[in-house]
Design a binder for this molecule. Structure first.
Ligand SMILES: NC(=O)c1ccc[n+]([C@@H]2O[C@H](COP(=O)([O-])OP(=O)(O)OC[C@H]3O[C@@H](n4cnc5c(N)ncnc54)[C@H](OP(=O)(O)O)[C@@H]3O)[C@@H](O)[C@H]2O)c1
Length: 289
């Protein structure tokens, strides 16, 4: 990799979470090349901090080879609940290798070996392809994103109800994707995280009753925690998914209901060299926004 201003190709550069990787890389002096699916998204990517954009598709191997040409690093995140998510990731790993890219950061999922969930199983072939490649890979295993709470926030702020389709006392490991983005940027601009796989969680594994109390304090009025059935929750929060994707998401929620979600904050704090962002602060930000 060049000593200064490595060029990094970023998948999802205009997306709700991967879009946070673009400013994190720019802040560390990288030249960001956004992978966009249509030329119309170029402006959005540049406005988000990318230096350049290239039109490509994870299902089109030739376009990926062109996109990766001359790049020093690649950031990849798989589109959620797509039947060919693994193939898309493997296509990008192959293109990066062929193009002579040095570093590859893959935003996978916490506990990817929990393969009864489709969105976890789909990460395993991509990780395997990286482990079998010559790339200097860094694999990130983030917990549930704080940013998912944005969809629930209008009902919390205006209705005073925080509802999810699993029990109110279930504990879920979560993380602020801005911290995940910072770890990705460290991986792609330094050698500290080469050939590592890292679980990324914020401290605390709060249940909904505790999160409702944080929201109540931030808003200065009561917020109650409730449990909704999955269909009612989907009608309320409107995730951008088709019926098949919603079915797969409902399996994740059923898993949370049965087992919660474990996770440990030690690795994230060690990598960042500071305390990770907290859920309480994120909720205060939502309340101010
Ligand atoms: N939500 C969580 O709490 C959580 C926790 C841990 C891990 N994860 C994992 O994080 C990943 C991302 O979740 P997400 O909700 O952010 O996903 P997403 O929005 O569905 O997809 C991420 C990006 O992929 C791009 N994309 C989709 N299809 C593409 C294609 N054919 N070619 C090129 N780019 C394409 C999209 O770009 P466009 O902007 O062009 O549509 C989008 O910005 C999933 O794999 C999920 O399993 C999620």
């Amino acid at each position: 990799m060049k000593q200064h201003r490595p060029t990094v190709l970023v998948v999802g550069a205009t997306g709700r979470v991967a879009g946070l990787v673009v400013p994190a890389l720019a802040a560390r002096g990288a030249t960001v090349r956004a992978l966009v699916r249509t030329a119309q998204d170029t402006r959005k990517a540049i406005d988000n901090g990318a230096t350049e954009a290239v039109v490509a598709d994870l299902r089109d191997a030739a376009s990926l080879l062109r996109a990766a040409d001359g790049a020093d690093g690649v950031f990849h995140i798989g589109p959620a609940f797509q039947p060919d998510e693994a193939r898309m990731g493997c296509n990008l790993v192959a293109a990066a290798q062929q193009a002579g890219v040095r570093k590859f950061a893959f935003s996978s999922v916490i506990q990817p070996t929990h393969a009864t969930l489709a969105n976890h199983a789909s990460k395993v072939p991509v990780e395997t392809a990286l482990f079998e490649s010559d790339l200097e890979y860094t694999v990130l295993h983030p917990a549930n994103f704080f940013q998912n709470l944005k969809g629930a926030w209008p009902a919390i702020a205006s209705g005073g109800v925080f509802a999810e389709p699993w029990p109110v006392f279930t504990r879920i490991a979560r993380v602020d994707y801005r911290d995940v983005a910072e770890v990705a940027a460290i991986a792609l601009t330094t050698d500290r995280l080469a050939h590592g796989s890292f679980e990324l969680c914020a401290p605390g594994r709060f249940n909904r009753t505790e999160i409702a109390a944080m929201a109540s304090e931030a808003l200065g009025r009561p917020v109650v925690a409730k449990e909704l059935d999955f269909d009612d929750w989907a009608a309320l929060t409107k995730p951008p998914y088709n019926a098949r994707q919603l079915h797969l998401l409902s399996k994740v929620h059923a898993h949370y209901a049965a087992h919660g979600l474990g996770g440990n904050a030690l690795t994230l704090e060690a990598i960042l060299g500071r305390a990770p962002r907290t859920l309480n602060n994120y909720i205060q930000e939502l309340a101010r926004s």
